[in-house]
Design a protein around this ligand. Sequence first.
Ligand SMILES: Cc1cc2nc3c(=O)[nH]c(=O)nc-3n(C[C@H](O)[C@H](O)[C@H](O)COP(=O)(O)OP(=O)(O)OC[C@H]3O[C@@H](n4cnc5c(N)ncnc54)[C@H](O)[C@@H]3O)c2cc1C
Length: 392
Amino acid sequence: MAGLTCAIESSEVGRKVVLVERGPCIGGRIVQMHKYFPKLCPPTCGFEINLKRIRKNRNIDVLTLSKVEKVTGKKGNYEVTIRQLPRLVNDNCTACGECEKVCPVTRSDDFNYGLSETKAIYLPHQMAYPMRFAIDGNVCDRCGACVKACKYEAIDLEMEARTHTVRVPSIVVATGWKPYDASKIDNLKYGIYKDIVTNVQFERMAALNGPTKGKILRPSDNKEPNSVIFVQCAGSRDENHLPYCSAVCCLASMKHATYIREQNPNANAYIFYIDIRTPGVYEDFYTKVSQNPGVTFIKGKVADITQNEEGRLVARAEDVLSGKQTSQTADLIVLACGMVPEGCDNLPVDVDQNGFMIAGDLYPVGVAKRPIDVSGTTQDATAAALLAMQKP
Ligand SMILES: Cc1cc2nc3c(=O)[nH]c(=O)nc-3n(C[C@H](O)[C@H](O)[C@H](O)COP(=O)(O)OP(=O)(O)OC[C@H]3O[C@@H](n4cnc5c(N)ncnc54)[C@H](O)[C@@H]3O)c2cc1C
């Protein structure tokens, strides 16, 4: 969202932009969301508008599967070397999917955070831009079945990596975030019990184009959960993991509680929190969700998760408001893990103690700079576009 917005804003006033994306398509993590807080609208609407703006724009060069390898020069005149990995699928691809049907190799689907698989030749998602398949060169066995199945001659297993060198006056860094690795938080038992998932996985479980076509089901038995616990600050605000607050996790879990209640009006959501953080206008969203009779907020940090004889999960915490130990049983547990900066390899930038980029000659935007929501990200991106267009 940060890079896309900044690229569109600057190109629409006539600047040439090179958008460098390491993945097979643009859009970042927002396209993996089911809905956006606070309006609970699907991110695909806004994304589609951005895609329209990109499609009719001749000033943006989109380089997917690409990363910056080297930057030389200085503000006003940089030379940037970009390495582009081979997609192994060319522009002839119509995304018809015949190749996928015959591919014998599977891989974990990173778009669904590992909750499903794709073939080695895959379409990143239904709204991918560019709308083209890609081959995961790390798993493809070069059997050639897809080449035979493709009537458009779109598959080129000999395609090689390319290097692009561009001269630009400014560089904007919008490398975003990845979820904190929940398996590092021993007491929360992620990876030990199947019915403990992370917030980003839960988002995919609710998404209509997700692994369960939008039906929220327990991974262990594919049954609809009647009760779900949300564990806030899973690793966040904790010196042993992420010392900072990710600013969006409370809102994300409240949004997730609405997903549950919408699908199953009899289901209960329990949100265990240290402090609720819903600044500014988001307070209204908190008020609305807390009035939902099926959503319970418990002020207490979850200390431990176990499984009872019936196979249900039990979270234990100290309820700070009553001063008593409390435990809650549920069918599914969602860990609200924070956002970790992706980092800016090969770029001449300084980062703070948590890895977020500090503004200097290069302009950081979005979560590359600090944890922030989508609306803050787009404001940031527009401001960076203005800065990047000025003469040094
Ligand atoms: C569970 C959860 C739910 C959320 N729900 C909401 C919500 O409902 N509403 C809301 O406002 N906010 C929400 N957020 C926050 C939102 O996801 C972020 O604000 C948003 O993703 C920030 O966008 P970004 O462009 O900075 O980063 P990203 O979305 O991470 O995009 C970064 C892009 O850079 C690419 N990239 C990374 N490194 C490189 C590299 N070295 N070279 C080239 N490309 C690279 C990535 O592939 C990606 O495409 C949620 C966050 C979480 C954790």
